[in-house]
Design a protein around this ligand. Sequence first.
Ligand SMILES: *Cc1c(COP(=O)(O)O)cnc(C)c1O
Length: 421
Amino acid sequence: MSETFFGPDFQALQGQDPEIAAILISELDRQRENLQLIASENFTSPAVLAALGSTLSNKYAEGYPGKRYYGGCEEVDKAEVIGIARAKELFGAEHANLQPHSGASANVAVYQAFTKPGDTVLAMSLPHGGHLTHGSKVNFSGKWFNVESYGVRQDNELIDYDELRDIALRVKPKMICSGATAYPSLIDFKTVRSICDEVGAIMWVDAAHFIGLVAGKAIPSPVEYADVVSFTTHKVLRGPRGGMILSKAAHASAIDKAIFPGMQGGPIMSAVAAKAIALKECATAQYQSYAKEVIVNAKALAKSLEDEGMRAVSGGTETHLALIDIRSTGVNGKVADERCGRAGISLNKNAIPYDPESPAVTSGIRVGTPAVTTQGMGAEQMPVIASLIARAIKDGEDEAKIAQIRKEVNALTAKFPVYPA
Ligand SMILES: *Cc1c(COP(=O)(O)O)cnc(C)c1O
């Protein structure tokens, strides 16, 4: 029963606010019963949730350990000091800031630390997998900066480093961003570094999606090459919802000032403590095997979806996510997303490179394996998941068939319980 997961405080909440208590229960049920294939989601440990629900949330701690603007910070200081040390150790970084409220907030700080409004920044094109904060016209980045973009080649759907270099030589960016939300391959950080050096640009890596794989030593790290690495702590990394920034020592003060007082007030100390817990978890042998297994599963899922007649963009994946061109099914991304949702499969529609459809419709879906791998699913389950997805896309108009798929989804997830009571 889901009630028992929440512990004794939950009964008080049920008495005081049954409406919200019921939502907590039904969301836990949803996470347990459905297949969670959204590439940016995961299941944190109960330890991380315990810190998030703790009284550290009550504490104001503007500033940094030992240099706060409020009294009574002795205890929270310890948590932040431990977290910073763990981040530096885990990633081999010279500096770490654990205070960004989110990945987007971390990116606002990066822009602020290295650029002025109107400066030119070069980042991955949004339709080719870049993030909103990489220059979208509806985002601060696109409104306040001149963001130029590079993309992937049409033939192999991999980043075109020659084009990246040509654009960099032409537009002379202050900063070059690598990193994306929907790029299944590894990024050649050494080449990006050499381009940054050639044009005198700051090398910024937005590692939000893949930093957990770096933490688990499953893919190469950008930390030695980049001036600054920003990321979220809640994707493959499996920590609390939030952000983090690593940098070279030379940029430490610029980064810290950009976060506070540059754009945030007090840090969310419950989240800072939860980040410290997640970083300790990431340093374990279990997490390292987890990170490797996430990639093995993503490769198997991409391959199984190809066996179902769909096409994996760039021929497969080297990370935790795959981008699937589903045009062969005759169904677009928007409809596929909606059909899978009704079948209890959470994934998202996603533009594929050079997508003929609009961003609201798309020709693709994005699937990721961080959550199902945390649940313990492996080689045996990936073809089963691919077949459930294929059937949901194909039979989505038939309510009886969708109900049957949903039943099979629930039977599968029941064998891999999340947050066992
Ligand atoms: C998820 C993501 C972000 C934003 O993170 P939020 O915590 O949602 O603000 C930024 N950049 C990239 C590349 C991401 O994938």
